[in-house]
Design a protein around this ligand. Structure first.
Ligand SMILES: Cc1cc2nc3c(=O)[nH]c(=O)nc-3n(C[C@H](O)[C@H](O)[C@H](O)COP(=O)(O)O)c2cc1C
Length: 150
C-alpha cells in the first residue's frame, strides 16, 4: 500500500482546506495518508512516506511561512531520491508577481533534494472552489500514478 504525508502551513485556513482536499482524494485512491501542520513536522518522519506533499501560503509579498522555515531548510538538506512529491498552495492573485511564490520555493527544494515531481504544482487563488477541487483531484491522481509506476 502506498503511503503519503501531506504537510500544510496556514493562517486563515485556506491551505489546510487545500491539504484536506488532497488527503481525501489520496485516501479515496487507497493511499494511507498522514496530514500534519508544518511547524509540528519532523523531516525524518515526513521522508518516510512514498508520496510527499506540501500545501503552504505566501505572505508579505513573496515571504514564506515563518513557522515553516526550519522545515524548508531541513527539506533542502535531505536526500529524497526515489520519493514522489507535489506542491500546492493558496495565495492571492492581487499580489501579482508574488502570487504563490512559496509553492515555487518548495517545488525547487524538493527538486534539489532529488525527489521526482508526480504532478505539476498547483496555485489556487484564495479559497478552493469547485474547479480548484477538480484540479487538486487531478494533482492527487498524478501523484498516485507516478508513485505506482515506480
Ligand atoms: C499581509 C498579507 C500579505 C500577503 N502576501 C501574499 C503574497 O505575497 N503572495 C500571495 O500569493 N498571497 C499573499 N497573501 C494572501 C494569502 O497567501 C492568501 O490569503 C492565502 O489564501 C492565505 O492562506 P491561509 O488561509 O492558508 O492562511 C497575503 C496576505 C496577507 C494578509
Amino acid at each position: 500500500m502506498l503511503t503519503a504525508h501531506v504537510v500544510y502551513a496556514t493562517m486563515t485556513g485556506n491551505n489546510e482546506e487545500v491539504a484536506n482536499i488532497v488527503c481525501d482524494s489520496l485516501t479515496r485512491q487507497g493511499v494511507d495518508v498522514i496530514e500534519t501542520e508544518i511547524s509540528q513536522t519532523d523531516i525524518d518522519d515526513f521522508r518516510k512516506a512514498d508520496i510527499l506533499v506540501v500545501c503552504a501560503y505566501t505572505y508579505d509579498q513573496g515571504a514564506m511561512p515563518e513557522e515553516g522555515l526550519d522545515f524548508y531548510e531541513d527539506l533542502q538538506e535531505t536526500d529524497l531520491t526515489g520519493k514522489v512529491y507535489g506542491v500546492a498552495g493558496s495565495g492571492d492573485k492581487f499580489y501579482g508577481e508574488y502570487f504563490n511564490t512559496t509553492v515555487d520555493h518548495f517545488d525547487e527544494a524538493f527538486k534539489q533534494a532529488g525527489a521526482t515531481a508526480g504532478a505539476e504544482k498547483v496555485k489556487i487563488d484564495l479559497e478552493p472552489y469547485e474547479e480548484d477541487v477538480e484540479q487538486l483531484n487531478e494533482f492527487a491522481t498524478g501523484l498516485v500514478k507516478t508513485a505506482s509506476s515506480r
